[in-house]
Design a protein around this ligand. Structure first.
Ligand SMILES: Nc1ncnc2c1ncn2[C@@H]1O[C@H](COP(=O)(O)OP(=O)(O)OP(=O)(O)O)[C@@H](O)[C@H]1O
Ligand SMILES: [Mg+2]
Length: 346
């Protein structure tokens, strides 16, 4: 029966969140009225600095954390009045390892299937399937404590999928995972998504969001500050920063004069290296020809960081300077190699 004021679940949404608020008992307002819509079949990234509220949001969606206000509909099931169905339709890979480390790998996965009402022979079959896919079958008899960090994370993915949920939610799935395994996990997640499952992940690796996801939301201090398709957000990105290795026979250093190029912001890192901000509407071509007019030869050129990362940093830094908070993200971004933002602090 329809409840008064009940919202119609929007058709075709894996996740439909409206006015979501969470205040912890400590008084911490972790979510301050979040609206979020994730289409079914989407590959969606939830981005934000440490403490933004991502894990809180995921905890509520998976019925692990009690919300303070708002509506959450998971695959058409309202977590308030269809919590069982909502829970059954979601597979969660939490940020922290939360299995019994003394249990053998195979049992962790089959027991989770059992918890979801799947009978033993089928549970074994599915566990075998996913442990194989995640390259853990050889480890099935070992207790979880004997796995490496990356293996433990893959074990949590196998466990999250064993009841065949429509939506897979991963909270920082590739934190602490080596580059090769990360790429394997990306391929795996793409495959899961291609097979029709919706995937939502949080990540601090913005290249990961750019490589995998169709849509993103950026959350900061418990509020969604930007939401849209990755391609749309990138097209909004106003400035791109490049690092140039240069060879300058008539170096500006020789005359001790700062290098000035109209239309570009130049930061001379050293005699051989420049960082140049190229605003939208200006081109690399004109940058290089301007430099060569001044006798400077560009030996190599690369993006300082990926474009989504720059967009993210500008957005979060703008929000930070306008609300006067000094904690969080972005400090030291200038010296990172362009892959990771806001190292998790745990
Ligand atoms: N159990 C809790 N009790 C009280 N406050 C909490 C609790 N869990 C989280 N918080 C607070 O809520 C805010 C949001 O935390 P949350 O873990 O959701 O952030 P996050 O975006 O997942 O951050 P990270 O990127 O570091 O994982 C933080 O200020 C945090 O201190
Ligand atoms: Mg978190």
């Amino acid at each position: 029966m329809n409840q008064p004021h009940a919202l119609d679940p929007a058709p075709g949404l894996a996740l439909d969140i409206r006015g979501l608020e969470k205040t912890y008992a400590s008084g911490e307002k972790a979510l301050k009225g979040v609206d979020l819509a994730v289409p079914a079949g989407d590959f969606f990234a939830l981005l934000g600095p440490n403490g933004a509220g991502k894990s809180t949001l995921i905890g509520i969606v998976s019925s692990l954390v009690r919300k303070s206000a708002g509506t959450v509909i998971v695959n058409g099931h309202d977590i308030d009045n269809a919590s069982e169905a909502a829970r059954a339709s979601i597979g969660l890979v939490p940020q922290e390892f939360n299995f019994n480390v003394f249990e053998p790998v195979i049992e962790i996965v089959t027991n989770s299937a059992g918890y979801h009402g799947i009978r033993a022979p089928e549970a074994r079959e599915r566990a075998e399937h996913y442990l194989n896919l995640l390259e853990l079958w050889d480890k099935r008899k070992q207790i979880a404590r004997q796995l490496s960090g990356g293996m433990k994370r893959r074990l949590m993915i196998a466990r999250a999928l064993v009841h065949d949920p429509q939506l897979l939610v991963l909270d920082e799935p590739t934190a602490g995972v080596d580059i090769e395994i990360r790429r394997t996990m990306w391929d795996f997640l793409r495959r899961i998504n291609d097979e029709g499952k919706s995937v939502i992940l949080t990540t601090h690796y913005l290249e990961e969001a750019e490589a995998l996801c169709r849509n993103v939301a950026i959350i900061n201090h418990g509020e969604v500050i930007e939401q849209g398709s990755v391609s749309h957000l990138l097209s909004e990105s106003m400035v791109e920063t490049f690092v140039l290795d240069i060879d300058s026979p008539q170096s500006s250093a020789a005359t001790d004069q700062a290098l000035v190029l109209e239309g570009f912001v130049i930061n001379e890192i050293s005699r051989e290296r420049l960082e140049v901000e190229v605003p939208r509407g200006n081109t690399i071509n004109s940058l290089i020809s301007e430099l060569s007019r001044q006798g400077i030869i560009v030996q190599s050129l690369r993006n300082k960081s990926n474009r989504l990362e720059e967009f993210f940093l500008r957005l979060v830094q703008d929000a930070r300077s306008s609300d006067g908070t000094g904690d969080g993200i972005g400090d030291g971004a200038g010296d990172n190699p362009g892959t990771k933002v806001g190292e998790a602090d745990q």
